[in-house]
Design a protein. Structure first.
Length: 72
């Protein structure tokens, strides 16, 4: 999976993302769903479990930077 194909995908937080935390998100890719380590795109944001997010950056093989989809 290349960076361009990951950016813009939607996911759901499965482990809180925030300052000082390595969170986790599940993203639908390659015909299934995969877990990725996650950091907030804005380093001061805290994104709680269950929040829908958008991938804004991908660092292979399993790390993404995300932003909450609905301002939350």
């Amino acid at each position: 999976m290349d960076e361009a194909s990951m950016v813009g995908l939607m996911g759901r937080v499965t482990g809180t993302v925030g300052p000082g935390l390595v969170g986790e998100v599940i993203v639908r890719v390659r015909g299934g769903a995969e877990h990725f380590l996650a950091y907030a795109a804005i380093g001061t944001d805290r994104i709680e479990r269950g929040t829908m997010v958008t991938v804004v950056e991908y660092l292979p093989p399993r790390t993404v930077y995300v932003s909450a989809m609905y301002g939350g």
